[in-house]
Design a protein around this ligand. Structure first.
Ligand code: FAD
Length: 302
């Protein structure tokens, strides 16, 4: 909590990217407010992997430790709230939270992540992060050489099945309706002993998020341990677009190598601006943004 309303930097999103930026800015003695609504994309994930020194730990514990360390810097403040709107004002920014609080800053960092959109398949949402995931580097090793499925079709499905085949010799590609694979792609998958299941999906039978069976509308049932799927996403807030930040073709916030968006004074870091979705990538981008924001503040003063 804080009574202060004017800051050098406001960070919207207090997860891995936002906290990483805040640590850099705290170490640069900057007055920072982090506003976080407590909805990281990995909130359902029991164990995170592929992060040096924290491999296999619950993501909530990693984030809690990060928050504790960041808040030990006295110039860093955090409120649990949702940023509703940001407007440009006097060379800086004015921010309103959904509960009506108002704050101002010289710079804004959007570390707002993205929201994964669950396909309309019964059981899918419960499994997301537990036994269904999109990243084999995060969740492939633990279920290697078990019965794995890939949900996908056409070129994207082919490429994803090729990748996941690295982790198992018992792979099924679920196209959820008629295959749009080319004859050559289908032949290559078959040559690698990858089953192609074309029937529409009826449901996923699961217990506590652990997939038991993949049930198809033609009555067939596939026991699976893990499903890999690339789901659609949306931004958690329209603040970037409202400020005029350009998006990439993939719909992410466009940044340069220093995490600067196309709007002066506005930076973005983490999943909202990076196709590579991982804790390490988010932490790296946040650290870069923090350093470059400090650099800009230094230059603004001289
Ligand atoms: C199912 C799943 C499993 C994963 N497993 C792994 C893994 O094992 N290893 C790995 O390295 N990576 C994994 N990842 C990827 C990793 O979780 C993300 O790359 C990382 O969380 C991105 O960090 P971020 O800070 O950009 O966004 P997030 O962690 O998603 O956090 C965004 C934060 O911004 C807040 N926010 C958004 N809008 C507002 C607003 N308007 N006002 C205030 N706050 C706001 C949200 O509440 C949230 O706290 C996984 C992802 C998923 C979805």
């Amino acid at each position: 909590m804080t009574n202060q309303t004017d800051f050098e930097v406001i960070i919207i999103g207090g997860s891995y990217a936002g906290l990483s930026a805040a640590m850099t800015l705290g170490r640069a003695l900057r007055q920072v407010l982090i506003i976080d609504s407590g909805e990281p994309c990995n909130k359902q994930v029991p164990h995170a992997h592929n992060l040096l020194t924290r491999d296999g730990e619950p993501p909530a514990e990693i984030a809690a430790k990060a928050r504790e360390q960041v808040l030990s810097y006295p110039t860093i403040h955090l409120i649990n709230a949702k940023a509703a709107a940001v407007i440009k004002h006097n060379g800086g920014f004015l921010l309103n939270t959904a509960s009506g609080e108002k704050f101002s800053s010289k710079k804004i960092l959007l570390a707002t992540g993205v929201v994964d959109l669950m396909p309309d398949i019964t059981g899918f949402a419960a499994c997301w992060g537990v036994s269904a995931a999109q990243c084999p580097y995060c969740h492939g090793y633990e279920t290697s050489n078990t019965k794995i499925g890939v949900l996908g079709n056409g070129d994207a499905g082919f490429e994803f099945a090729k990748l996941i085949n690295n982790w198992t010799n018992d792979l099924t590609l679920f196209t959820n309706g008629q295959s749009t694979l080319t004859a050559e792609q289908a032949a290559k998958l078959k040559a690698h002993h990858i089953t192609i299941a074309e029937a529409e999906i009826e449901s996923i039978e699961q217990e506590g998020g652990q997939i038991k069976n993949f049930v198809l509308k033609n009555g067939s049932t596939f026991p699976l341990t893990t499903l890999f799927a690339r789901v659609q996403f949306k931004h958690s807030t329209a603040i970037a677009q409202d400020l005029g930040c350009e998006l990439t073709e993939a719909g992410l916030i466009k940044t340069d190598a220093f995490q600067k968006t196309t709007i002066q004074g506005v930076f973005a870091a983490g999943d909202n601006s990076n196709l590579i979705r991982s804790l390490a990538a988010a932490i790296a981008a946040g650290g870069t943004a923090g350093g470059l924001i400090n650099h800009e503040l230094v230059n603004d003063d001289f």
